[in-house]
Design a protein around this ligand. Structure first.
Ligand code: ZN
Length: 433
């Protein structure tokens, strides 16, 4: 359907207002308009409203199928991915995940093991239509010396297919060893990475945050936090991060993931935190699939009572940039997942109510994470940008989000890619217990 020449006209394409800033068209109540896209030499040369009169001969009529820009997945863990067969989570809890992953990392994460699982994950993400991806890298000694070189090699190998970023990951108590943390921050800077830690309510949290911000300022790094991945209302590290950003005068980008406990706190506390988050220009990413899996997991075989996700609607209403992302895939933190951002968006629609109206929620898997990751031109469809987009079967939200869209067409640089999902059997030899 998509000519291999990389130069053609697509007509009768359904585009969403939130993803096509330059398109002058009459958008319907769902935010869609029919359009024509011209592609020349692998780039989009024009996006115009569809009319029979402006449809040249030889045009490919897509019959109203939805076309979206390629996805940006801003929070993943491809160093952990796919270890489930050899190291499952014994009880589905957060502590079960932490302990199982820590044991597997210490015993099994050689450079070869990490590289092969990372490559498997990236092939899946690419086949599903992802173009930019940030992974965290467990950076507890000595793993940082193993995983960062693997990441740098992988980033080179994938350049042009997936723009790969990495953030270091360690519990913030690791910052107490100031000399070691300074060395890690320099290693991250050398790899053009992002400085990341997991925050929780330690007595010296404010001092530790100051040290994290000091390193980021000194080295010119963006920041990425895992915060408050718990139902405990007393967990307020999101607010502490915002306060630290303000009093340190931080000017880089800050992305904060999870923030689950915010949904369990009294309204007045929530409003105070969100004021500070907006003022400090933090962006927030929710990980709906992982949160649904780990949060409210009950030991007594009773039913979970809350969805685990943070207050994205309230954040967006205040102008806080909000995204959703994959998080873990087939590891003790999440038994499932395949880095399919359409699945993430479908699940987010159901768990977080990205509908009635859909509004600009599609930006949460495209242009918003692209901005946080400083990926210029990613996550939108506009004349002059690379012809990187996904052609779906669905012609409406209900058609798009009801089926897995396994037969979607992923177009990169104007050409349809071969969509090969790797075979799980490839990893069998790494999974021997
Ligand atoms: Zn995570």
């Amino acid at each position: 359907m998509i000519p291999a020449s990389g130069s053609y006209h697509l007509a009768n394409v359904r585009l969403h207002a939130s993803l096509t800033p330059g398109l002058a068209a009459a958008f319907d109540a769902d935010g869609f308009a029919l359009a024509n896209i011209a592609v020349a030499d692998g780039r989009i040369s024009s996006v115009v409203a569809h009319r029979q009169s402006n449809t040249p001969a030889g045009t490919i009529d897509l019959g109203g199928r939805i076309v979206m820009p390629c996805f940006v997945d801003c929070h993943t863990h491809i160093d952990k991915g796919h270890i489930w067969p050899r190291k499952p989570n014994p009880d589905g809890t957060f502590m079960g995940a932490l302990n199982a992953t820590g044991a597997d990392r210490a015993a099994r994460w050689s450079a070869d093991d990490v590289a092969r699982r990372m490559d498997f994950s990236l092939r899946s993400a690419y086949a599903h239509g992802t173009k930019g991806l940030r992974t965290h890298l467990d950076s507890v000694a000595p793993q940082e010396e193993i995983s960062w070189p693997v990441f740098e090699t992988m980033r080179e190998q994938w350049r042009g297919r997936i723009e790969l970023q990495a953030a270091c990951l360690l519990g913030i108590e690791g910052v107490r060893d100031g000399k070691w943390f300074e060395g890690l921050a320099k290693r991250v800077a050398a790899a053009k990475g992002v400085l990341g830690v997991v925050t929780y309510m330690l007595p010296d949290l404010e001092e530790l945050l100051d040290q994290v911000f000091a390193q980021a300022i000194k080295l010119g790094l963006d920041l990425d936090f895992h915060a408050d991945e718990t139902d405990a209302a007393s967990a307020i590290s999101l607010k502490k991060i915002a306060e630290a950003a303000l009093w340190n005068g931080f000017e880089g980008n800050i992305l904060v993931g999870h923030c689950c406990s915010l949904a369990r706190q009294p309204d007045l506390d929530v409003l105070d935190t969100l004021d500070k988050v907006a003022k400090a220009r933090l962006a927030v990413v929710s990980l709906p699939m992982c949160n649904l899996y780990l949060q409210d997991r009950r030991a007594d075989n009773t039913t979970p009572r809350w969805r685990g996700v943070t207050l994205l609607h309230e954040m967006k209403a205040r102008g806080i940039p909000v995204a959703v992302a994959s998080d873990n895939t087939r590891d003790p933190f999440y038994a499932y997942g395949d880095l399919d951002m359409l699945e993430v968006y479908r699940m987010a629609t159901r768990i977080l109510h990205f509908d009635h109206p859909v509004g600009d929620w599609p930006q949460a898997v495209t242009s918003t994470p692209a901005k946080v990751m400083r990926l210029d031109g990613f996550g939108m469809l506009a004349a002059g940008s690379a012809a990187d987009f996904v052609v779906f079967r669905g012609r409406s939200w209900t058609e798009l989000l009801s089926r897995p869209e396994s037969d979607r067409i992923v177009v990169r640089d104007g050409r349809a890619i071969e969509r090969h999902l790797p075979d799980y059997a490839e990893l069998d030899e790494l999974m021997v217990k």
